[in-house]
Design a protein around this ligand. Structure first.
Ligand SMILES: [Zn+2]
Length: 445
């Protein structure tokens, strides 16, 4: 099917829901007609009152291939993405092995991803102390940004950098206007001794808000000094909001994301010996998360991203229950939209406000906003169709991630992704995969 029409009473166009017909041709949204607009000899997909939105863009995903594809791989991750209405994702430079810190590693990653992409996929490069000289080459190869840690990443091949390293690469980032993505935790030794490694409270206390706010101060300092783009990934500490919003009033070059798990779970509900909930920075108390929600509702976050970072059950220490030995990372790529829609309904978040945070805004951050993130004439035909009246229950059989373990297992959520189109091909029909390998590799510029 090279040309077809998608009709709905609820197409998300120009920031509102309108009745429209999208004419898809040659992998693009060739035209948009108001109302119901059949064309002779062109197949007509009548979605009636389902919600038709641009495909979701998830700018923060860990796929782990090559080297740790037993954690998660391109095939399973991009199938999960497709089922979740995610039509584009950007892959982090860790936790694959090798990590994406050299051009050779980047080329190897492209080689292993080839033929396994069911949605569009781009990549970030990483900065570590030993690859400062590779940064410009990685940028020239088309990475969408450079990611660094300010504390131990959990992966020995991806050591953290210091202010000095970041200051060394800042002029290169400035030259190409490429964002520096920072994991903002700045560790210090001033933390309580661990008595019970199965205690969530003790794990939470081991990564205090202070670590985040100290790192954010460093990040903002570098942003300001070099006038470069700096992106704070996965903000969890509400104490950081004031610093960030202050600087955001002065520049658009500082950006910030948070993730569904910080908005859906609260520390008070997390049982002991349940490291399935472990991530870093940690999921904090309800009072903190309510402040993240306020910031979200007040347009503070530039976009939302899953930070999908799964690991096998033994790495998650599900048997021992040891939070301190467990791999930190939440698996949830497939469920971002229903999670946020469900929790958002309780918090007065209209879909009109949520959708751009998952589509237009990440497209703009990635420099893809000339072709992705909107239902617009001439744009790529990446389209997601949501049934907002249907509930889903997350069961092991519904999860397409490499591993079924996720803190969302058993949750009942609002909103079912029914149909998904990637580059003009229907990849998901009636919530099932019907077409494989339609994703494309994306490169900056
Ligand atoms: Zn991450």
């Amino acid at each position: 099917m090279t040309e077809f029409l998608i009709y709905s009473k609820l197409c998300f166009i120009d920031g509102k829901f309108i009745e429209a017909t999208l004419y898809i041709k040659n992998e693009k949204i060739h035209d948009i007609f108001k109302g119901r607009y059949p064309l002779a000899d062109v197949s007509f997909l009548d979605y009636n009152n389902l919600i038709v939105i641009p495909g979701i863009i998830d700018a923060h995903v860990h796929i782990n291939e090559p080297g740790r594809e037993h954690w998660e791989g391109f095939d399973t991750a991009t199938k999960a993405a497709a089922l979740g209405g995610v039509t584009t994702l950007i892959e982090m430079p860790l936790n694959a092995s090798p990590v994406t810190t050299t051009v050779d590693a980047f080329k190897l990653k492209q080689k292993v991803a080839f033929n396994k992409l069911h949605v569009n996929c781009g990549f970030y490069g990483g900065v570590i102390p030993s690859n400062i000289n590779s940064i410009e080459y990685l940028i020239n190869e088309g990475v969408f940004g450079i990611k660094g840690f300010l504390t131990h990443s959990g992966i020995d091949e991806f050591p953290n950098v210091t202010r000095e390293h970041l200051e060394t690469i800042a002029p290169i980032l400035k030259k190409y206007d490429v964002p520096l993505l920072l994991h903002c935790e700045l560790s210090d030794a001033n933390i309580p001794e661990v008595n019970n490694p199965k205690s969530y409270k003790e794990y939470l206390c081991s990564r205090p808000q202070r670590w985040e706010t100290n790192a954010i101060e460093l990040a903002i300092g570098i942003q300001q000094k070099f006038d470069i783009r700096v992106h704070i990934v996965h903000l969890s500490a509400s104490n950081g909001i004031q610093q960030i919003s202050q600087r955001k009033k002065e520049t658009t070059k500082l950006t910030v994301e948070t993730c569904p798990h910080y908005l859906f779970f609260n520390a008070e509900e997390i049982p002991d010996a349940a490291p399935i909930y472990k991530c870093a920075p940690p999921i904090r108390e309800k009072q903190n998360n309510d402040l993240l929600w306020d910031y979200f509702l007040n347009d503070g976050f530039n976009f939302l991203a899953s930070d999908h970072s799964p690991a096998p059950p033994n790495q998650k220490q599900l048997e021992s229950g040891d939070f301190f030995k467990a791999w930190g990372g939440i698996s949830g790529l497939q469920f971002t939209l229903p999670i946020l829609y469900t929790e958002g309904q309780k918090r007065g978040l209209p879909l009109e406000k949520l959708i751009p945070l998952l589509t237009k805004n990440p497209a703009s951050f990635l420099g893809l906003d000339h072709k992705k993130g909107l239902l617009k004439k001439g744009f790529d035909a990446d389209i997601t169709v949501l049934n907002d009246t249907q509930d889903i229950t997350i069961t092991e059989s519904s999860i397409q991630h490499r591993h079924k373990q996720t803190p969302y297992l058993g949750k009942k959520l609002k909103g079912k992704i029914e149909h998904v189109f990637v580059n003009g091909f229907q990849v998901i029909k009636d919530s099932k995969i019907v077409n494989e390998g339609k994703g494309m590799m994306l490169f900056r510029n």
